[in-house]
Design a protein. Sequence first.
Length: 441
Amino acid sequence: MTDSPKKTLNPETLALHAGYRSDPHTGSVAVPIYQTTSYEFQDTDHAANLFALKELGNIYTRIMNPTCDVLEQRVTAIEGGAAALAVSSGQAASAIAIQNIARSGDNIVSSTDLYGGTWNLFANTLNTFGIEVRFVDPSDPENFRRATDERTRAYYAETLPNPKLVVFPIGEVAAIGNELGVPLIVDNTAAPVICQPFKHGAHIVVYSTTKYIGGHGTSIGGLLVDGGTFDWEKHGERFPLLTQPDPSYHGAVWTEAAKPLGPIAYILKARVTLQRDLGYAMSPFNAFQFIQGLETLPLRIREHSRNGARVAEFLQSHADVTNVIHPSLQDGENRRRADAYLSGGYGGLVGFELAGGKEAGRRFIDSLNLFYHVANIGDARSLAIHPATTTHSQLAPEEQLATGVTDGYVRLSIGIEHIDDILADLDQALTAVRGSAAAAE
């Protein structure tokens, strides 16, 4: 592959050009799908050097793949990071992000404002591996400091939490982490392009590429991006998985092994140990799909944001809606954070509450025509769901409330259709809810 154009800071350009220009043998401008499991080594020395990490290259698609590599390079460039790893899903990205630096007896401190699947992963599944997750309210950043001890390995949060939609205090918590020697991991799934967490002090960024990066609801995938800014050696006692010999890779010390390659110890270890051993590989075909989506992401996210703001205004003026959850309608500290960390829009997610609780939420969902009733966000098309009975139904009632889910809460993922058509569908569905309530009386 020939080199892409010189570096630029503009995501619109990076989304199209970073990491790949054309194929030197065929001149192909589109990134090829390298649908292969294996790669021929030049000779035995070449093979030995690859396995010993003396040089980087393709060994096996469970570990790396040229199509995935372009996706990794492109997102790394957009984020302003050092390296990335493409994995099979957003859930896999969240799991690896923690397991890469935490083991049995360790803990992480996480924001309570999380997607339901991540909450369940942290509260239940990681527990079976002996990793404790301490949930704290992010409205006071100092809660992270209070929950930290010598076995704390990371802080974790979502930029624009789904479904609470209150922007996380990235800079404030990152500063606490820098002081105590704890990296901040930020899930930026709901705010790609409009937030660049590394600029505000975050150290690791994770994505469900299934959502806005893909944009078309065709493929499942995830990404971890290392900002290359956290000094693992300085805090070596806190991170033995990176700074002490790793028996799973003939005693490699990852902070040492990465030095000839750059500040990529975190991603290097994740790739050649967890990705190798657990097999969370992204398929080359899905990587190709995400590359296609990424090319128009900067344009789509602007339209998602514009339509989302219009929908929030419409719902706020509707008599049957008791509360609208959207960054543009927040005030005080929540609005300050939204304006500080989001640039160019507030994203495409909108939440609202209906007075009739679960039954009103169900009636609204069942009355929609244009919107799709699916368990996803970030598609080009508009989506809707009732979290209390679906995405967050496995959480206890108090856990649902902690994440921002009430019985009458409806989450919308606003697409890029014409705004008049979006508003018309919402209006007729709300009218149907009102009619049903009147009939019941």
